[in-house]
Write a protein that binds this ligand. Structure first.
Ligand code: 6R9
Length: 651
């Protein structure tokens, strides 16, 4: 990939041109932007035709009652048929759908499209036998095993609405979601493997289901073989109820607006929001974005989204996008350091992975472990890299580009949300000159702007709010059971036609969009708005720092003071007062004296959610000497104790 000085106002001041070979054969070329802007609805209708419909729509978009959208009105299709059966009918039954890699070494399964079809049909027949009907809600509380995907597709096949709850969430979190969604059935397993040991899931289900009278049955996949409590009449082994079913099941077509799934995401209040996605528009956008953003070639690529299925990224880019495009994917059950820190690179080498999609938080962890680890493996199969979940700091971008991508792979930084369903702002690997740290341009057919508090558009680097100004096919349709909250949360700040994303952003003179974190992560220091992301990027840009989290803590003089938590790289750097001073001065030089952190604390770990987002709210509690708030969505709640033990008394 050739690198040129771009003369842009970016942190790095460089851009990276698309590799010639990739650009010459890319799925989409530069004209895709013109085509989409010439007629946006015709463009999305064309992408919808990439799928198989049993009945064509009458109208592409009905936006007569904003913000309640209907896409592909009157159209009918079956999502599971589109993801599985049609590939088998087209003669690709022997193609691998998933190379599944369990965490224990040598625990692997290869699943072809033909096998996946059989398994999905069996599971669909089992659900029907258990009385599950179209529209019913089914909770899936599972580790990263093939039965998780099979369960999702079985629900989609019969029109049941799945609700995947991340396997790391507590019984309380599960119970509140079962209750809110009104689930009738839970699919779970005895446990899963994490960090080299079996970790139980069934006890949390027993606890949660005990409080959810609407749940009639619990179907349990045997994964670890650990002992489980059993409630006769309610609990059923997957092997007993699914294995004996027929591998034939006739898929029924559902309306384009039939609910497909609910995914809960945290909001500003305690009650999580059940984000509702529907059938035709969702599949259209995840399928097309997966194909265009990653330049997916069904016959050649080995695609790996290294993320959990319990996150929207897993739904759209482990399951629905890749399968609808007949991709061969890798699915990995465990953590990156089990049994050694090169496990991911070993997996890439083993399966010849060509496209890797992951989150900046993991990349920074790899940075901390050092470049010698990936250097020990053959990563030459890789051709496109992706990033999702947070802004990727230019430093992490450059490390990923050099040490994983061998300097040749474009990095596609994708901004989107649970609510948007699919990619919204990202470069295209065969088209865009990449600018490290920026998600760059709205995806073709998507309209995004940066605006001030009054809704006036901002360009030229002023910090404002990100909004989406036209409806898009994979948009959320509502918050489950709460239309008012849907309108209030997303469509009231600037009126019913403008979606308020909740992210701070700025647009530079070249039209690149820079995401600056959630709006509530923007600090106000002596009247200056400073984004946590910018200060974090500056800190990570220092050679001693692997990862940083920045919060604004209330300050009697400045309103808020900047408090930073940093993890050092493992190169034996001194962590004393001198380094802290150096880092404070480094930020002041980089961004300006106003951004100089009031306090920097060196820690071993940072509190993160399943999708790798730092829970700054908890760090703010620490920085302001408060009792800790709710920690149920942390991957590892002991992290907070570790941090507290390490801390000096606040000044
Ligand atoms: C897909 C996903 C959504 C929030 C979003 C933003 C942040 C995600 C990003 C990014 C900057 C990116 N975010 N991708 N920020 N650059 N490439 O992460 O969904 O878990 O709902 O989070 O994540 O703040 O608003 P979700």
């Amino acid at each position: 990939m050739s690198e040129t000085a771009s003369g842009t106002s970016t942190t790095e001041g460089r851009s990276f041109e698309p590799p010639q070979q990739l650009a010459a054969h890319a799925n989409v070329g530069p004209d895709v932007y013109d085509e989409a802007s010439a007629d946006r609805l015709a463009f999305w209708a064309k992408q919808a035709r990439r799928l198989t419909w049993t009945q064509e729509w009458d109208e592409v978009l009905d936006w007569s009652n904003p913000p309640f959208a209907k896409w592909f009105v009157g159209g009918k299709l079956n999502v599971a048929y589109n993801c599985v059966d049609r590939h088998v009918e087209d003669g690709h039954g022997d193609q691998v759908a998933y190379h599944w890699e369990g965490e224990p070494a040598d625990d692997t399964r290869t699943i072809t499209y033909a096998q996946l079809k059989d398994e999905v049909c069996k599971a669909a027949n089992a659900l029907i036998e258990l009385g599950v009907r179209a529209g019913d809600r089914v909770a899936i509380y599972m580790p990263m095993i093939p039965e998780t995907v099979i369960s999702m597709l079985a629900c989609a096949r019969i029109g049941a609405v799945h609700m995947v709850v991340f396997g790391g969430f507590s019984a309380d979190a599960l119970a509140s979601r079962l209750d809110d969604a009104g689930a009738v059935l839970v699919i779970t397993s005895d446990g899963g493997y994490r960090r080299g040991a079996p970790s139980a899931l069934k006890p949390a289900v027993d606890d949660a289901v005990g409080r959810s009278p609407g749940v009639r049955n619990v179907v349990v996949v045997k994964r670890t073989g650990q002992d489980v409590e059993w409630t006769e009449g309610r609990d059923l082994w997957w092997d007993d109820v699914v294995e004996r079913q027929s591998t034939e099941h006739e898929p029924e077509s559902f309306d384009a607006e039939h609910p497909l799934y609910i995914m809960y995401t945290s909001g500003t209040t305690a009650k999580p929001k059940g984000i509702l996605h529907t059938t035709g528009g969702y599949l259209t956008q995840v399928s097309f974005t997966h194909w265009a953003s990653f330049d997916l070639k069904a016959d050649d690529d080995v695609f790996w989204t290294a993320a959990d299925v319990g996150w929207v990224t897993g739904h759209s880019y482990i399951v629905y996008g890749p399968l609808s495009n007949r991709a061969t994917s890798v699915m990995y059950e465990g953590t990156p350091e089990t049994p050694h820190r090169g496990r991911w690179w070993e997996i890439i080498q083993k399966y010849g992975v060509t496209i890797l999609y992951t989150a900046p938080t993991v990349i920074r962890t790899f940075m901390k472990w050092g470049e010698d680890v990936p250097a020990g493996f053959d990563l030459s199969s890789l051709r496109v890299l992706g990033s999702v979940g947070e802004p990727i700091n230019p430093e992490a971008w450059l490390w990923y580009h050099k040490n994983i991508g061998g300097g040749r792979c474009p990095i596609v930084d994708t901004w989107w949300q649970t609510e948007t369903g699919g990619h919204m702002i990202n470069p295209l690997p065969g088209v865009t000159s990449l600018v490290p740290g920026s998600a760059q341009h709205p995806f073709p057919g998507i309209s995004a702007k940066v605006v001030d508090d009054e809704g006036n558009e901002l360009t030229n680097d002023s910090t404002g709010l990100l909004v989406l100004t036209e409806p898009w096919p994979s948009m959320l349709r509502t918050i489950w059971g709460d239309d008012d909250r849907y309108v209030d949360t997303y469509w009231s700040r600037f009126g019913k036609n403008v979606y308020f994303a909740g992210d701070g952003a700025k647009k530079d003179a070249d039209g690149n969009i820079w995401l600056l974190g959630r709006v509530d992560d923007v600090m106000n220091v002596s009247g200056h708005r400073i984004s946590t992301t910018e200060v974090e990027s500056s800190l990570v840009g220092h050679p001693a720092v692997a990862e940083a989290a920045v919060v604004g803590a209330s300050d009697p003089t400045t309103g808020q003071g900047i408090v930073a938590f940093v993890i050092l790289r493992e190169s034996g750097t001194d962590s004393g007062d001198e380094l802290v001073q150096t880092l404070r001065n480094h930020v002041a030089r980089d961004i300006g004296p106003i951004a100089k952190p009031r306090q920097i604390m060196v820690v071993q770990e940072l509190p993160k959610t399943r999708s790798g987002k730092i829970m700054r709210r908890l760090l703010r509690d620490i920085a302001e000497n408060r009792e800790l708030g709710d920690v149920t969505t942390l991957t590892d709640s002991s992290v907070m104790n570790l941090i507290k033990e390490k801390l000096p008394a606040a000044p």
